[in-house]
Design a protein around this ligand. Structure first.
Ligand code: FA5
Length: 341
């Protein structure tokens, strides 16, 4: 019996060692291990054997099966390794060559500045709000004290989406003033950073798609002094210039009364340069005290509450912040520009 076992095992191992592929290994498996194979035949012969031989045959059959299975497994793994090696060799795979470096992106300069502005205002107790870019005429104009036939509509060249439904691409972030008043109970203060659109020709300081930051503070007893102090403090923080000064000039916006233009002392020079057009002041934003009609349109009693509002261009601030000379850079996905931030 042992002789049989040794012969079978030797023969099976030889065939396994010579097998060059899975098909050859399966043939050995079928001949020895599968149903009807050598091992199964040995087991099937047991009932016809003398009782004293039965145990030994059973044990030998199982040993044979285990030994062949181990040999098959070892050969399969050898063949798999060889195949992988062959494939790597064919492609010239060299595990010591350094990998391709991943290029890291960065946040767009406007996003970086917007986050910085948000941090400054939230540290002053402001809530950051958002609003729709496709806006109703009612919010973009009417509730801001700009009726349909008002000449002030001409101040902002508008992209109309659908004249019948009065949908526009918002021309400024001011409509969110009304949305904020509808949602919040005074006292509150909020800023609204966002993208706005105007049907304007592109040049170094004008874009058809740009960004504004609206500010709105409504409470009892709010006055112009609060507005000036707020913008001066925020700008000093944003531009990191402790002595930065601001000034007001009269300005007309239908939704504020009185209305102002706020200028910032040029952060680049003391006595005039190209950026401030040799005036030492840079026009920064429109602002003023919220018009009583606007408070009313937002559901707030103008007899009890007052408020200030401002709206500045984030792109223009970014030009000051990072000494960028052309607003069009922000729209172009030019990596030579973007990689500098
Ligand atoms: C407004 O849009 C008013 N909503 C601002 C406001 C809010 C006034 C609250 C009073 C109270 P104005 O059209 O001036 O105002 O635009 C505000 C800022 O947006 C400008 O100071 C400028 O920085 C920026 N801006 C305007 N037009 C463009 C443009 N085409 N490209 C880039 N920035 C622009």
């Amino acid at each position: 019996m042992n002789v049989d076992l040794d012969d079978h095992l030797e023969e099976a191992r030889r065939r396994i060692a010579e097998a060059a592929d899975e098909a050859a290994l399966r043939a050995v498996e079928r001949a020895y291990v599968d149903k009807g194979g050598v091992v199964a035949e040995m087991l099937a012969s047991i009932p016809g054997l003398p009782p004293e031989d039965r145990k030994a045959v059973g044990v030998n059959a199982n040993r044979l099966k285990t030994a062949i299975q181990e040999a098959l497994e070892a050969r399969r793994s050898e063949l798999a390794d060889a195949e992988l090696e062959a494939r790597r060799g064919a492609r010239g795979f060299d595990p010591t060559v350094p990998g391709t470096p991943q290029r890291r992106g960065s946040l767009h300069p406007l996003t970086q500045l917007q986050r910085h502005v948000e941090d400054v205002f939230t540290s002053m107790g402001y809530l950051v709000l958002d609003g729709p870019e496709v806006e109703l005429d009612e919010y973009n104009f009417q509730k801001l004290n700009i009726p349909a036939d008002h000449p002030a509509r001409e101040m902002q060249d508008t992209f109309w989406c659908d004249r019948d439904q009065h949908l526009v691409l918002r021309t400024h972030t001011s409509p969110v003033q009304i949305r904020a008043m509808e949602q919040l109970e005074p006292p509150f203060r909020t800023i609204v950073p966002g993208r706005v659109f105007r049907n304007e020709e592109l040049d170094a300081t004008h874009s058809h798609t740009f960004h504004q930051v609206e500010g709105l503070c409504v409470a009892e007893g709010v006055a112009v002094g609060h507005l000036v102090m707020t913008l001066r403090t925020a700008l000093r923080e944003v531009l990191m210039k402790d002595d930065l000064d601001v000034r007001l000039r009269p300005g007309y916006f239908p939704f504020v009364e009185p209305g102002f233009e706020l200028d910032v002392r040029c952060p680049f020079c003391a006595d005039g340069c190209r950026i401030c057009k040799h005036t030492t002041w840079i026009e920064f934003c429109g602002c003023g005290m919220v018009h009583p009609n606007v408070l009313r349109a937002g559901g707030i009693d103008p007899e009890r509450f007052s408020g200030f509002a401002f709206g500045f261009g984030l792109d223009r601030l970014a030009m000051m912040w990072a000494a960028i000379d052309d607003v069009r850079h922000f729209l172009e996905a030019d990596l030579r520009f973007l990689e500098q931030f």
